[in-house]
Design a protein around this ligand. Structure first.
Ligand code: ADP
Ligand code: MG
Length: 155
């Protein structure tokens, strides 16, 4: 047996929702409808290739919580963390695409954000601790130019 399998248990995989969208607008609409599922504090990983639609889905989630308008949600590829403050919920939108070392990750102070916020991380699976500790994992798969399969797994 793989010794790592004992040291790093994978969270239980419960497929909660699965949908195929056919436009960016359908994906943001789906994101708006996730508010009930994403009551903070939660660590949410968004997985999928570049251009899959992770940021697009987060536009809908942020709008659903009235934390930002869809247009105000942009990729934090260079700034690494964007904060959207809603009346009830503060969302932290993180993109770790350019973060490679645990030391760099440390400087972002994500642990403090996790205490009461909703933390949405693109490329978080690069770091095993996030893959292990996540509450929700959303995987987006590009099926065709405008078609995306979105799967949501919770523990
Ligand atoms: P990621 O954050 O995963 O790199 P983005 O959300 O930035 O991806 O980009 C997704 C791109 O795909 C956008 O240009 C969006 O308009 C386009 N797109 C086309 N169809 C869809 C769809 N069904 N869902 C989400 N995005 C879509
Ligand atoms: Mg993105």
């Amino acid at each position: 047996m793989d010794a790592l399998a004992i040291l790093v248990p994978v969270p239980a995989q419960v497929l909660t929702r699965e949908v195929t969208t056919h436009s960016a607008e359908e994906t943001t609409a789906f994101g708006r409808a996730l508010v009930d599922l994403l009551v903070p504090p939660k660590l949410v990983l968004l997985r999928g290739d570049l251009g899959a639609g992770k940021t697009t889905l987060i536009k809908g989630i942020a709008a659903g919580f009235q934390a930002a308008s869809e247009d105000d949600v942009t990729s934090p590829t260079f700034t690494l963390v964007h904060e959207y403050r809603g009346p009830q919920v503060t969302i932290y939108h993180v993109d770790l695409y350019r973060v490679d070392s645990p030391r760099e990750l440390e400087t972002l102070g994500l642990d403090d954000l996790l205490d009461n916020g909703l933390v949405l991380i693109e490329w978080g699976e690069k770091f095993p601790r996030f893959a292990r500790d996540r509450d929700v994992e959303i995987t987006i798969e590009r099926l065709a130019e405008h078609d995306r399969r979105i799967r949501i797994v919770t523990r």
